[in-house]
Design a binder for this molecule. Structure first.
Ligand code: ITT
Length: 249
């Protein structure tokens, strides 16, 4: 199934194209039979009236908390725990786009519920975009490894070691969200630019937050409260597009 970057039209426009027929990014959709179209619309209207239920396919509770705050009250956000899904979701591709898609389809096929997944990478210019898609397991790869440390701690240690003596410390977080609604996938992207600090600082957030300082700020993400991080972060930007798409009806 193809994925579409959906930042440029709303959910309702998207649904109407799927029902009435039309073209999205070069793919042509034939109109649905009348009875099927009525059924789809009825189901969508019921969902719109009572807070739309949507699954966020993640095992990361920090991400669940961040996205729950970002989506607000229009959505009933379900985590994997709510669905009694405890297994590790596969994410074994080489790009954020493919991994986000893989995670979302895995849960959609398992539950049949509308759902989305994100994949995020920290891309450091001086390291040619590493750790990128391998951000979660950076400290367990390659020559320098820290198998005895907690992953987040080891990742940061390794990153600071790789950047020792490097003055050009430009980096960005990039999030890709894959949303699956009624068997059709849409993707959204959010980017925040900044730099890698010389040392860890701050206790909020998770992952690489203690060493990432967003451009225009004097604090790392880990020195900011969640409210501020949620106004400017990569995930916030991608989620904003997602909510605009879902609520722009
Ligand atoms: P799921 O796949 O279960 O959603 P995850 O922890 O693997 O959770 P991602 O694949 O999206 O999350 O992100 C990969 C890693 O990138 C993650 O483990 C963190 O180390 C880091 N990361 C992601 N978002 C971050 C953020 O907002 N701040 C700091 N580090 C982040």
């Amino acid at each position: 199934m193809a994925a579409y970057f959906c930042g440029h039209f709303s959910y309702m426009e998207f649904v109407l194209i799927l029902i009435l027929g039309g073209t999205i990014d070069g793919a042509t959709y034939n109109p649905l039979p009348f009875s099927v179209a009525v059924m789809v619309l009825e189901r969508l209207l019921i969902k719109c009236e009572c807070n739309m239920e949507i699954v966020f396919a993640t095992n990361n509770l920090h991400k669940l908390e961040e996205i729950s705050a970002l989506l607000g009250e229009n959505f009933q956000l379900l985590g994997l725990k709510d669905l009694n899904i405890s297994e590790e979701i596969p994410e074994d591709h080489a790009t954020l786009e493919e991994n986000a898609s893989q995670k979302a389809w895995y849960i959609y096929n398992r539950t049949g519920k509308s759902c989305f997944a994100d994949d995020t990478g920290l891309e450091v210019s001086a390291l040619n975009g590493a750790p990128g898609v391998y951000s979660a397991r950076y400290s367990r790869m390659g020559e320098i490894t820290f198998p005895d440390m907690k992953p987040a701690e080891g990742n940061i240690r390794k990153l600071l070691m790789e950047l020792e003596g490097v003055t050009e410390r430009e980096a960005r977080f990039r999030t890709v969200i894959a949303l699956i609604l009624n068997g059709v996938e849409c993707q959204f992207e959010g980017i925040v630019k900044g730099e890698i600090t010389l040392d860890s600082s701050g206790a909020e957030g998770f992952g690489y937050d203690p060493v990432f300082r967003p451009a225009g700020y004097h604090k790392t993400f880990a020195e900011m409260d969640l409210e501020l991080k949620n106004q400017i972060s990569h995930r916030a930007k991608a989620v904003q597009q997602l909510t605009e798409f879902l609520t722009g009806m």
